[in-house]
Design a protein around this ligand. Structure first.
Ligand code: NAP
Length: 275
């Protein structure tokens, strides 16, 4: 990427660290990377050391403060402070190419600090840590094709990418794929608890329920069938799966409605946080 060479990553925690790893492994991108992170965890410290990446514990301590692209990966609570630190300590200009992964922080927050900047808002999920994320990307009006292509490549390095052209949809993304892994972990936990109640020991129940989730994910990954087709394929007439699905898919939609309430609550919370 010719014109976007020098990349500053602000925050190398869980998500910033996963993206850093994805960037290092990504042969299509060749950035000079600088990382600012006050408390590097061991894995990220090893990653930075091994790949000879420049690291500073604060924006104030950066030695060569000139960057083409800034990736914001701090917690939303500190964004005002971090934007002010960027303006006070980086090269004397106000316009940057920006990619943010912050939940609930709108593009206009960055536009307010860095006038005329190109801003891409992203919502990855925790599966970025294993290269299996789904990331939604939204670009503000100033964003050019180059930054879009770069963002696409960065997040393709840690999983799949979709683009949205309405920023409000980011709240839907947050409630579904951002929080989504926790829903699957909970369903897996439930399966394990029920197996234990029915007599399986806790270790095997845990192993079994995890592998059911992994196996089902692998099938979904490899298949072009619709989700309802996949379900129907494992549901034999008069069998055990059908018996369970009669409860899960009861005519009053009890299970679906509980699930819908949960995701809607996450959606409402995401909207509250963005406002
Ligand atoms: N985790 C997810 O599944 C997920 C999914 C989608 C989006 N996100 C978004 O990703 C962002 C980061 O989340 P995370 O889970 O990676 O959190 P995290 O692990 O806490 O990482 C944030 C890191 O930023 C560091 N930091 C604080 N102030 C800083 C500063 N002034 N300059 C540079 N670094 C600073 C923090 O250090 P200290 O701990 O020392 O404060 C921390 O290590 C959040 O905005 C979140 O909304 C996360």
């Amino acid at each position: 990427m010719k014109n976007l060479k020098k990349l500053l990553i602000l925050g190398a925690g869980k998500m910033g660290g996963s993206l850093l790893k994805g960037l290092i492994d990504n042969t299509e991108l060749d950035f000079d990377i600088v990382v600012v992170e006050p408390h590097l965890n061991r894995d990220n410290a090893d990653l930075i050391k091994k790949n000879k990446i420049k690291h500073y514990d604060s924006i104030q301590n950066i030695k060569d403060p000139d960057f083409d692209l800034i990736l914001f990966a701090v917690k939303p609570q500190v964004i005002e402070e971090v934007c002010n630190d960027v303006l006070e300590n980086l090269i004397q200009r106000k316009t940057f190419s920006i990619i943010s992964i912050l939940a609930g922080i709108k593009a206009k927050t960055f536009e307010g600090h860095f006038e005329n900047s190109q801003v891409i808002r992203s919502m990855p999920n925790l599966a970025a840590s294993v290269g299996s994320a789904i990331t939604a990307l939204y670009a503000n009006e100033s964003t050019d094709k180059l930054l879009k292509a770069v963002a696409d490549k960065i997040f393709s390095g840690v999983g799949e990418v979709i683009w949205v052209d309405n920023e409000d949809i980011m709240d839907v993304i947050t409630a579904t794929s951002g929080s989504g892994p926790a829903y699957y972990f909970f369903l897996t936990e439930c399966l394990s608890f029920v197996a234990q109640e029915l007599g399986l020991n806790p270790i095997d129940a845990d192993k079994l329920s995890r592998q059911v989730a992994i196996g089902s994910s692998d099938i979904m990954k490899d298949s072009n069938d619709s989700l309802s087709n996949l379900r129907e394929k494992v549901t034999s007439k008069g069998g055990t799966t059908e018996a369970a699905l009669e409860v899960l898919m009861s005519p009053d939609k009890e299970f679906f409605n509980i699930f819908k309430r949960a995701v809607n609550k996450a959606y409402k919370k995401s909207k509250e946080l963005s406002n």
